[in-house]
Design a protein around this ligand. Structure first.
Ligand code: ADP
Length: 294
């Protein structure tokens, strides 16, 4: 069993011929309502790849929250720790995509995600959310208090903690020392001060995603090891990092070695980028196995 702690958003996506400038109104294509949010993407990726997943999150008491909860149930997530937040909107991302360049402009309204607290983590823990877990996966689209409490909950129980530092913000050494595996992308790695600084701060293992170049494994005193990404034609890289991290966590939770888990995560994420949408594009285990013999 994997415990995923993080955000849930509904992506409201409209394609436009031109991203609107300040003060400008543009007409776009049909509205697409797509489940997303880093935490939920990671939880769904892990579930589709065959892991039992307990998701710890907050939704608002609105239609988007109800839709998200239904989606989680369909995906087979354990939703007992997805808390409702009266009087607050669910997380929403407003996304305009340039239909020619694929570039996007995004406004995130965190809503209930901003209400996830250390008390919620404690409540989930009291209700046995962490009991018997093989790994805890945490991302940063939630308040610091919740991040710290989730990392501590795993650490205190001797459960490996995987932290996806996205969106990146500076993290204290006290937290990094409790992280088993940190999974930044290249810009997040730079913002966090680079590999050397992170490993010296106490991160046990660093797995940096390199986009089309794959991923790099680094540990203190070891030679860095790079894993190539399968060559694919990318149509949508949204949630590529979430897919990678979810896949890595599932594999490690199921007892795979770190190199094997990274290879599998590269294969799963490569399949993701060939498909549109955040959660709708996440692959199932059978697809990854069939396509990459992973
Ligand atoms: P993020 O999506 O968080 O910015 P990356 O861009 O590094 O992170 O992508 C995460 C992972 O997705 C990569 O490590 C790689 O495995 C896979 N990936 C991303 N882009 C491509 C691509 N163009 N071709 C193949 N794999 C890709």
């Amino acid at each position: 069993i994997l415990v995923v702690v993080g955000s849930s958003n509904t992506d409201l996506v409209v394609s436009v011929t031109q991203i609107p400038a300040p003060g400008q109104t543009v007409l776009g294509g049909a509205l697409q309502t797509i489940p997303g949010g880093k935490g939920a993407n990671q939880a769904v990726a892990a579930a589709r790849l065959g892991g039992g997943v307990r998701f710890v999150a907050r939704l608002g008491d609105d239609a988007y929250g109800a839709l998200a909860r239904e989606g989680f149930a369909r995906e087979g997530l354990d939703t007992r720790f997805v808390f409702a937040t009266p009087g607050v909107a669910s997380g929403v991302a407003l996304i305009a995509v340039d239909e020619k360049t694929g570039e996007n402009s995004i406004v995130v309204a965190p809503g209930a995600n901003a209400c996830l607290s250390a008390d919620d983590i404690a409540l989930a823990a009291a209700r046995a959310a962490f009991d018997g877990a093989a790994a805890v996966l945490v991302s940063l689209e939630i308040p610091d208090d919740a991040v710290f409490a989730a990392v501590e909950a795993g650490h205190a129980r001797g459960i490996p903690v995987i932290l996806n530092p996205a969106p990146a913000r500076p993290l204290p050494a006290e937290l990094l020392q409790k992280v088993t595996i940190l999974t930044p992308n290249q810009s997040e790695l730079t913002l966090l001060g680079g590999s050397e600084a992170l490993l010296r701060a106490g991160v046990a293992t660093l797995v940096t995603t390199l986009g089309a170049e794959g991923a790099r494994l680094e540990q203190l005193g070891e030679v860095p090891q790079t894993f190539a990404a399968p060559a694919v034609t990318a149509v949508d890289t949204v949630a590529a990092g979430d897919c990678f991290t979810g896949a890595l966590a599932v594999e490690l939770a199921q007892g795979a070695s770190l190199p094997d888990a990274i290879r599998f995560a590269c294969a799963a994420a490569a399949l993701k980028v060939t498909r549109p949408g955040a959660q709708p594009g996440l692959p199932y285990r059978a697809e990854v196995v069939a396509r990459y013999n992973a």
